[in-house]
Design a protein. Structure first.
Length: 372
């Protein structure tokens, strides 16, 4: 038929040339070519992504398996030598941890851990030590030197100096025949069978083993010295644990003119005024002698108004809750929260006894301080 041309299909759609389309059939054939090509491309892409995902998961799991095995093998090396190191750390006054590279980074963490549990410690980069920073080490100090090979040049250079300073050297190494091991007073074996890096280039299992051994030392030291949560909190005053273990009722309570107080015969309107003025949602009720008798909350007043239309003759002693809960000012604020929770209340009177009111503490004060 004159003027009729065929669709020429080349390897990709962009090279498909249509000079003239004279029927719906040929148009459909062109679309079919495009869709088929696109579907093959998507299928190949999905298979590639699935294969890649399997490879990623397999690699990650292998790393974790190798590193967990490296840590597990340390357990048999917790022996009498380890015990002696822990005992020595308990007697020393100052700990220095040194290393370079990845071992140095592990050393920084170990040093920081010991400082947080009460043993003054610092990290000293081995290269800096050779250029004047050895002055940070004094006679009688303990040094933990970390080197997987035990032959790290910067560490080996310092070994004779450690001896002249008369400090105790603990070598943490993966080579018990190394220079570091031979010159150390104590040796902690952190050797591993293999690194988790498939190319055996990146320190992985070896640094994990060193970190785990450092944690084991620190926790054993902590148990031996009897470090308690309160001791730990002293070194963490800015953290949530520090706030929980160091903040006292005395730090947060309202005292002096800020304490909402009314006498037992005060009328209901003055009670309302005192609660509104002091903005704590409650007021303490005292006798004429100033002894604590009870407490009135804004909830007590709401319940009163629900029962009575005329409250003009009501006074404080008619609606107060007798024998309110009290707490001493030197009690931890965290304990105040527990008391409030146990009794479903939001305020506590602060007093050593009912005869002398020292303040009042509200739940909001504790929450605002970030104690809980």
């Amino acid at each position: 038929m004159a003027g009729q041309y065929k669709v020429v299909a080349l390897p990709c759609l962009i090279n498909c040339v249509t000079i003239r389309i004279t029927s719906d059939y040929e148009l459909i054939e062109l679309k079919g070519l495009y869709l088929s090509t696109k579907m093959h491309t998507l299928k190949d892409s999905k298979e590639s992504q699935d294969s890649q995902a399997r490879s990623i998961i397999e690699t990650a799991r292998k790393v974790l398996d190798i590193e967990s095995q490296a840590i597990a093998e340390l357990e048999s090396r917790i022996d009498s030598q380890f015990v002696e190191v822990v005992r020595h750390l308990n007697q020393c006054k100052h700990l220095i941890v040194t290393g370079v590279g990845k071992s140095g980074l592990i050393g920084k963490k170990i040093s920081s851990t010991f400082s947080s549990i009460g043993l003054p410690s610092l990290f000293l980069h081995a290269a800096d030590a050779s250029h004047g920073d050895l002055g940070m080490i004094s006679q009688g100090d303990t040094v933990i030197a970390i080197s997987n090979s035990g032959e790290t040049e910067e560490i080996v250079k310092l070994l004779p100096v450690f001896n002249r300073i008369h400090c105790t050297l603990v070598g943490m190494t993966g080579n018990k025949l190394s220079s570091l091991a031979k010159r150390s007073d104590y040796v902690l074996d952190v050797s591993v069978k293999e690194e988790a890096c498939s190319k055996d280039l990146v320190p992985t299992a070896s640094t994990t083993a060193a970190l785990a051994m450092g944690d084991a030392l620190a926790m054993a030291f902590m148990e031996l010295r009897g470090v308690q949560a309160e001791d730990f909190a002293l070194n963490h005053p800015g953290g949530s644990l520090g706030r929980k273990l160091l903040t006292l009722v005395d730090d947060l309570m309202h005292s002096g003119e800020d304490i909402p107080i009314v006498k037992e015969n005060t009328d209901i309107y003055q009670v309302l005024k005192e609660i509104s003025l002091k903005r704590l949602g409650a007021t303490l009720v005292v006798s004429n002698e100033g002894h604590l008798l009870g407490i009135i909350t804004d909830g007590d007043i709401r319940r009163l108004l629900e029962k009575k239309s005329d409250v003009s003759r009501v006074c404080a002693k008619d609606i107060m809750s007798y024998n309110p809960k009290i707490i001493t000012r030197d009690t931890l604020a965290a304990k105040a929260v527990r008391i409030m929770q146990d009794h479903s209340i939001t305020s506590l009177a602060v007093a050593s006894n009912v005869k002398k009111i020292e303040g009042i503490i509200h739940l909001h004060d504790i929450l605002k301080a970030g104690v809980v």
